[in-house]
Design a protein around this ligand. Sequence first.
Ligand code: CP
Ligand code: NVA
Length: 315
Amino acid sequence: MVRSFLRDTDFSYAEAREVFELAGRYKRLRSAGRLDILKGQSWGLLFFKKSTRTRLSFEAGVYELGGHPMMINADDLQLSRGETVEDTAKIMGRFLHGIVIRAFEQSVVDDFAKYSGLPVVNALTDLLHPCQSYTDMFTMMEHFGKGEISVDSIKGRKFVFFGDTACNMAYSLALAGSMFGVEVVLCGPEEFRPGKELDELFADAGLKKGYTFTSDPVLAAKGADVLYTDVWVSMGKEDERARRIEKMSAYQVNEKLFKHANRGAIFMHCLPAHSGEEVSEGVLRGNRSIVFDQAENRLHVQKAIISLLARKNSV
Ligand code: CP
Ligand code: NVA
């Protein structure tokens, strides 16, 4: 069976550690030049949604691994005129060596993996964003390990996600965090608490539920090592903007909330940020914020994810 990376738990703990180790090596050795791991290969980068970080880092990453990245806007394909996902995936399987996909439904990335016969990387769906959560674990290891990439440096850390706790980032961070022994707390309004699909993701992966939920931001921030947030209005939820902003305004990550956290606590955000909504300008731009390290690390971690898949699948 061809191995893909569709959910955070698709790699075993040992494989995920390999990803982090490799990402550290790629980061250190980036200036040494282009690698030949994907020599002669074309990887499709298929996007149904907008993106800045993901599309740029995958395009640069596939190139740096020696491959040819093909940026594909889903609107440009016959798919947008009614050709099926199944047929599109089968066609891609005849031309390409791997596909990176950003989609709305998780079923689209699952179906591309099923029908293309290629390794597929989930570059965000409404359900999950595993490339970002792995990057965030890596960035936390780098920060708390003072440059050294060690799983032990994040084990037992209190990690709190504020805001829309039923979104892709909250789910992926809960899964990835609990794989690495992080104490994950999801904090937001009751109305946007995690759905049963998150518990199913844990159960399907054979993991016990690895997070707690609270709607009390002060309680959540107490003793936290990481305060994390994401936009309150995810792609595809624009119609709910007014209601979401009203319900989530009590969950802004700001200087006042940080007062309850541990000394040395850091701020993280997958970006793009809406300053003044989910995070105050002072926290976003302040010295506790490591958001641009997170963004840069997307490149190194995704190169490692693709390399591992290429090796496992011998493509
Ligand atoms: N964090 C993230 O995935 O950013 P983009 O939407 O810009 O790719
Ligand atoms: N939850 C956000 C993440 C963006 C990277 C969204 O889906 O729009």
